[in-house]
Unconditional design. Structure first.
Length: 363
């Protein structure tokens, strides 16, 4: 809705990945180089991990867009919370292989026959598995077994595993040893630094047709980096809300104070209310039995407890690990809430646009 106000031709900060807005940060260039290297090797597994909203899906879509489809048959698997056999069926379906009313052995034979046929045509098959952290150990083993398919000395299938940071820990587990031996390259997409964050914002505005508006001063760019941590999706969320706020107030120039106000609003919307942090008793009185928040549970003064120094040191490390884990889970919940807010905002803006158009039509 605000695009015309700023003279833009499209929405610059949508949350849905769009390859046409791809920004090649240092981290993303490195990840793309690994993927391209993997394509040239035509075997094994390539593993790419990154935080929620780091740009993994955008990179994959950009890669798919640039593939020579006369030489590569690519399939993408995005639903990974499945058991082992269902995962095989999803892989087969992604390549267009019939899976109805067939057992596992027949399914494997049909999939192998398809892969051999593609190879005989002078092409090769690429499987891209998104959200790989959700795969069960048995499902991963089935994918590894598929990598055993060969035509002569040529591997019939290559796989890219794309996942969140926890997939790196999963890969280090003992049951993943055989898969690790098939991994030919792995990389992690970290956040952008402050300079790249500014360049990313300017790049997306340019892609959206900006002719100089909106304008951000140095303090605004710095505040956006501080609020987002350099993660692309969080940057998009803050900038989208900032431009909406400017549209509603008639502002085209933004400073640090504007960003901080928007960041505060987002925090308030995504943090649980005080009522949610309180556990009510049977008679409805929350005051007599308050539920400790996740951070409160770990707010322990070990000096008051009677324990020997080695035990206290071990307890301190355990508590620190728990705190770090809680911070990661809290960030994931916030990202999911922001994605829901984006969808709600889009619906509201659509309704407002319809109302504005209706009013103009009557004038």
């Amino acid at each position: 809705m605000y695009e015309s106000f700023y003279g833009l031709t499209s929405k610059p900060f949508q949350l849905n990945p769009d390859p046409s807005f791809y920004f090649a940060s240092k981290q993303h260039r490195r990840a793309m180089a690994y993927l391209e290297y993997g394509l040239n090797q035509n075997e094994g597994f390539i593993v790419v991990t990154g935080e929620v909203g780091a740009g993994k899906t955008t990179i994959v879509r950009g890669l798919l867009k640039d593939l020579d489809h006369e030489k590569v048959v690519a399939a993408q698997l995005v639903t990974t919370q499945l058991d082992a056999e269902d995962t095989l069926r999803m892989v087969a379906a992604a390549f267009g292989v019939g899976t109805k009313n067939v057992g596992k052995s027949e399914l494997l034979l049909a999939l192998e026959a398809f892969l051999v046929d593609v190879t005989r045509q002078g092409k090769r098959c690429l499987l891209i598995v998104d959200e790989a952290q959700n795969l069960t150990a048995r499902a991963v083993e089935e994918l590894r077994m598929l990598s055993n398919f060969q035509f002569g000395t040529q591997a019939l299938l290559q796989s890219f595993l794309i996942g969140q940071p926890e997939f790196r820990k999963i890969m280090q587990s003992p049951q993943m040893q055989q898969l690790r031996q098939r991994v030919i390259a792995a990389c992690h997409i970290g956040p952008m630094d402050q300079d790249e964050t500014q360049a990313y914002i300017e790049h997306r505005l340019k892609c959206a047709g900006s002719q100089g508006m909106p304008r951000f001063d140095a303090g605004a760019f710095e505040a956006i980096f501080e609020a987002s941590g350099g993660v692309p999706r969080r940057i998009n969320s803050h900038c989208d809300r900032l431009l909406l706020s400017g549209f509603l107030t008639g502002k085209t120039d933004f400073a640090r104070v504007d960003v901080e106000e928007v960041a505060r609003e987002i925090r308030e919307e995504t943090q649980p209310s005080s009522s949610q942090a309180t556990n009510k008793t049977g008679d409805g009185d929350p005051a007599t039995n308050p539920q400790l928040t996740d951070s409160g549970v770990l707010d322990i003064d070990l000096s008051r407890l009677a324990m020997d120094p080695s035990t206290a040191d071990q307890a301190s490390r355990v508590i620190a690990d728990l705190r770090n884990g809680q911070a990661e889970q809290r960030m994931i919940r916030i990202e999911r809430s922001m994605f829901r807010l984006e969808r709600n905002n889009a619906a509201v803006l659509s309704l407002l646009q319809q109302l504005v158009d209706a009013v103009r039509a009557k004038q």
